[in-house]
Design a protein. Structure first.
Length: 322
């Protein structure tokens, strides 16, 4: 049996626009459960993996909705803490004609920013195969320190650590530079996922790969929508074509990709198998093709939790797009 994948960070409400008034404004906004790490946990659970979510939820009605949504999708919530000191973060999502999304965030203040090291459950990391985080839990200095502490505890317990940059500039303080906050986390991660724009952004500081290999990272994956994804290891690199689909909503595509990737990493069972994978291009490409299929299927549906595919759907999609 695969060991659990523990996803840490924010869970929030994505309000998706529906309809349009005469002035071009949405007639309504429909709430969906979301938040990048929570999306990844749901993706893992939908694929049949053992998923857990750790984070701070508000005791407001939206926090209740998020907790219930996680439970209903099969995500373990023993590592969730609750607070009445702040409300749930909100994100208003707008989609263009190609399904590409843009966000307007109502955060801070919000409950997810209040998680501290003492809120990690005793023994939370004991049986974890992969610990996953993203940069949305680094926009606040204290929460950033908590995130890095979780990464270190996971590694000390023998887990792989995954980091998806998932950069959302609107979440950072105005005029701030996120790079000094995200680089320490990049150096703590065994596996890093970036999109092409994030790769270019980090490269502005110099040789990204040379700096990345100075930390723990052993695998970097760079996605670029429907264009071929690229992967980099310390002594090899390559690319893989991605399936083309008609996009309806790209909101959770990257999270679905990461969920598929983490499911395959957790199935390896131990660190030596991960090292061997990096020298087996056939197995590595098989893992990445599975993750890409998860992302491709997700963009054909609206929402975040609700858009995640099952393992059966992914395998059928791979067979039909062989």
């Amino acid at each position: 049996m695969n060991r659990p994948i523990l996803c840490f960070g924010e869970a929030l409400i994505d309000f998706h626009a529906e309809g349009s008034s005469e002035g071009g404004f949405p007639r309504a906004y429909v709430p969906f459960a979301g938040g990048a790490p929570a999306n990844v946990a749901v993706a893992v659970a939908r694929l049949g993996g053992d998923a857990r979510f750790a984070g701070m939820l508000s005791t407001d009605p939206f926090g209740d909705f998020l907790l219930d949504s996680l439970r209903r999708t099969g995500v373990g919530v023993d590592d969730v803490a609750r607070t009445d000191e702040a409300n749930t973060a909100l994100a208003f999502v707008s989609l263009d004609a190609r399904g590409e999304r843009s966000f307007n965030f109502y955060r801070p203040p919000s409950a997810d920013l209040l998680f501290r090291p003492q809120h990690f459950r005793a023994g939370a990391f004991d049986d974890v195969a992969v610990f996953h985080v993203c940069s949305n839990s680094m926009t606040d200095p204290e929460l950033a320190q908590t995130t890095r502490e979780g990464m270190r505890r996971a590694q000390a317990a023998g887990a792989l650590v995954s980091f998806d940059l998932n950069l959302r500039p609107a979440l950072w303080p105005r005029e701030s530079n996120p790079r000094p906050s995200v680089w320490p986390a990049l150096h703590l991660a065994d596996v890093v996922k970036l999109c092409a724009e994030e790769f270019a952004w980090l490269t502005e500081d110099g040789d990204l790969l040379d700096r990345l290999w100075q930390g723990r990272t052993r695998l970097l994956v760079v996605t670029d929508g429907p264009r071929p994804l690229r992967w980099f290891a310390r002594d090899a690199r390559g690319e893989l074509p991605c399936p083309r689909v008609e996009a309806v909503d790209t909101t959770a595509a990257g999270d679905a990709f990461v969920g598929g990737l983490l499911c395959r990493l957790a199935a390896l069972g131990h660190a030596d198998a991960f090292a061997a994978l990096l020298h087996d291009q056939t197995a590595l490409h098989d893992m990445l093709a599975f993750a890409a299929a998860c992302g491709a299927l997700t963009v054909t549906r609206q929402g975040s939790f609700t858009a995640m595919p099952s393992a059966r759907e992914v395998h059928a999609f791979l067979e039909s797009n062989r």
